[in-house]
Design a protein around this ligand. Structure first.
Ligand SMILES: *Cc1c(COP(=O)(O)O)cnc(C)c1O
Length: 403
């Protein structure tokens, strides 16, 4: 069966150059980087070279990079570390309604501990208004955490403008750049990040490795892990050496190939959006039409369930995802789609396609053709569809009014 992987926002395959580099540190160089002997030193040097590469890829200094187990840990450490280090100054945290759960659930946990949380709303495209950040800031605000690009709807946030505001007030700004890194330029100075999260497995390195950038001079201490003095006391535990080596290589490649990669992904994204919107009825693009990451196209197909579409796509060898993927088994639609004002019943029909290096325009064609027939079949089975009246304004807006 033809297989087409269109779920790169969930994870990417490890690319051969990365695997090859990493392999040496799985089979050969097994020393503990903390050890003083030859085995340890050899590995220590490789870890520091990888750190340099990761730092260079985001315009940072190697000393500002902490290796973690991935995006979730980096987000958790950034938020927890800032608020616990600065809790003598205040207890207020500002974030947005469309953040990844690694940030949202962390701030919710902190709310139970007595921190005061502002979750900013977004517009219909999932975008935060920088003025809302300004208006939310109080004398007690100790952290602003807003993502660079959204995983579900691809929207790129105006983080440069937000950082100007946080700078004026001297408040640390954390950016989750997991989805933007490798697709658009991510430079910590240009973005104005004080802390920034990236994850290996979203950029062709393996799962279980990530990095947190912490700007020099930021009042931040690691507050979650208790143990050894690794990572200059910023992340206890023996380093994931093969992962770190892989991360270094993947970051190096991500930057070297950025222009080519983003042109390619932009072409596929624009093609799939154009074809889906033109060839299929009652479908809307979710997220921003222009300010979205290359390779990312997300939709809501009205009157159908995302889960049924995913299963049908899977039977045709196509791997995509739906907005509610993270909470499988739950009937709640995605918090991101709901935050953009999409009605519950429409949000249930969400499908996300996210393209990668190896996808082609032919894959776009195959996806659209397959989707056309799936939509036709599922809608013919859907009772709501039979009530659809194309002359009714509410029906057209997807309100399923059964007119
Ligand atoms: C995938 C993702 C994460 C979590 O990263 P892991 O390495 O899987 O823990 C965090 N934020 C965003 C935006 C993501 O897409």
């Amino acid at each position: 069966m033809r297989r087409v992987y269109l779920d790169h926002s969930a994870t990417t395959p490890v690319c051969p150059e990365v695997a090859e580099e990493m392999y040496k540190y799985i089979t050969g160089n097994y020393g503990n980087p903390t050890s003083v002997h030859y085995y340890g030193r050899q590995v220590r040097n490789a870890v520091e070279e990888a750190r340099e590469k990761v730092a260079a890829s985001i315009g940072a200094n190697a000393k500002e990079i902490v290796f973690t187990s991935g995006g979730t840990e980096s987000d958790n450490m950034a938020v927890h570390g800032i608020v616990y280090t600065n809790k003598n100054k205040g207890n207020h945290i500002i974030t947005s309604a469309v953040e990844h759960h690694a940030v949202l659930n962390m701030v919710q946990a902190l709310e139970k501990e007595g921190f005061d949380i502002t979750v900013l709303p977004v517009d219909q495209y999932g975008m935060v208004n920088p003025e809302d950040v300004r208006n939310a800031i109080t004398g007690n605000t100790i952290l602003v955490s807003i993502m660079h690009a959204n995983n579900e709807i691809g929207t790129i946030q105006p983080v440069e403008e937000i950082s100007k505001i946080t700078r004026e007030h001297g408040i640390p700004f954390h950016i989750d750049a997991v989805q933007s890194f490798g697709k658009i330029p991510v430079n910590v100075d240009d973005l104005g990040a004080d802390l920034l999260t990236i994850s290996g497995h979203k950029v062709y390195a393996p799962k279980g490795i990530g990095a947190l950038y912490v700007r020099k001079g930021t009042r931040w201490k690691q507050t979650l892990f208790h143990g050894g003095a690794q990572e200059r006391l910023r992340r206890a535990g023996t380093e994931n050496v093969p992962g770190i080596i892989a991360m270094g290589k993947a970051c190096e490649l991500a930057v070297a190939d950025l222009q080519e990669e983003s042109d390619h992904l932009r072409k596929l994204r624009d093609a799939v959006i154009e074809k889906v919107l033109n060839k299929i009825e009652h479908v809307r693009l979710t997220g921003h039409p222009a300010e979205r990451i290359p390779g990312h196209a997300s939709f809501c197909f009205e009157f159908i369930e995302g889960e049924s579409m995913l299963l049908s796509l899977d039977m045709k060898g196509i791997a995509a995802s739906s907005g509610s993927a993270c909470t499988s088994g739950s009937l709640e639609p995605s918090h991101v789609l709901l935050a953009t004002g999409i009605p519950h019943e429409v949000a249930h029909g969400s499908i996300r396609t996210s393209f990668g290096k190896d996808n082609t325009l032919d894959d776009v064609e195959y996806f659209v053709e397959t989707m056309q027939s799936i939509v036709e079949r599922l809608r013919s089975m859907s009772p709501i569809d039979q009530d659809f009246d194309s002359t009714c304004a509410s029906c057209k807006e997807g309100k399923s009014c059964h007119a």
